[in-house]
Write a protein that binds this ligand. Structure first.
Ligand code: ZN
Length: 86
């Protein structure tokens, strides 16, 4: 299993670190496991290629200036909210 580092972004316009609209083109290979009833479960997804097309700040939209940041530079406490609240 490969654990590629997570790409982090920062909107330099508003300081947003956690909400972005990310457009990617992703080529994947996966095991599609159907039940006899036709229900599909996708397993073992392997990303063959991934191309980042655009990243927009959720709050600023196209007006925001988003830069890629090194995850090591982002203080987790600064990042604040995550999706754990559901
Ligand atoms: Zn922003």
């Amino acid at each position: 299993m490969s654990s590629s580092p997570v790409t982090r972004f920062r909107c330099t316009s508003c300081g947003n670190l956690t909400r972005f609209d990310v457009t990617t083109t992703r080529r994947t290979r996966a095991f599609h496991h159907y039940t006899v009833g036709g229900a599909l479960e996708v397993e073992d997804v392997e990303v063959l290629a991934e191309e980042l097309e655009s990243v927009e700040c959720r709050w600023c939209g196209t007006a925001g200036i988003v830069v890629e940041v090194d995850p090591a530079e982002v203080d987790p406490a600064e990042g604040g909210l995550d999706e754990s609240e559901g």
